[in-house]
Design a protein around this ligand. Sequence first.
Ligand SMILES: Nc1nc2c([nH]c(=O)n2[C@@H]2O[C@H](COP(=O)(O)OP(=O)(O)OP(=O)(O)O)[C@@H](O)[C@H]2O)c(=O)[nH]1
Length: 147
Amino acid sequence: MKVSAMAAPPTLLTVVALALLDDADRVLMQRRPESRAHGGLWEFPGGKVEPGEGPAAALVREIAEELSITIDAADLVPLTFAANPEREGTRPLVLLLYTCRRWTGSLVPEDGAQLQWLESEALSALSMPPLDVPLAAALRRHLKNLP
Ligand SMILES: Nc1nc2c([nH]c(=O)n2[C@@H]2O[C@H](COP(=O)(O)OP(=O)(O)OP(=O)(O)O)[C@@H](O)[C@H]2O)c(=O)[nH]1
């Protein structure tokens, strides 16, 4: 078969997500509007990295769009990542989680999203997309200084 006749392999989708932390180590979670993929579930604010963009720049952009606050790329600390199961026909996705403790501006959720500050222990009780479950567990261990 000619190369041009073959379907292009799906490229890796990189999604960046933020655990924004307040002085009491609470984390800001966002509930996606019902109309979107994973609608109604609680997740970390963030979104897809665009072509040609770096992950930190993408997160600064997404946070400004979704929460209307400004974060500095220099304040982003990579924490962990999760990837979807590698199956033929499924677009590979990697979700990179950063923490950040500084921002400027007032939090204003984008179109109908709900926001909530939560203790890390409370995360396990939330309905979240599957990849967020291990991310939330890693965040809790990190905040509680657990191995
Ligand atoms: N932002 C974010 N996306 C997540 C998380 N967990 C998770 O599985 N995702 C998935 O990663 C993808 C990111 O999508 P998104 O809709 O937030 O990205 P975006 O703002 O760039 O979307 P757009 O295509 O509407 O512009 C979605 O499939 C979303 O369900 C999470 O904690 N935060």
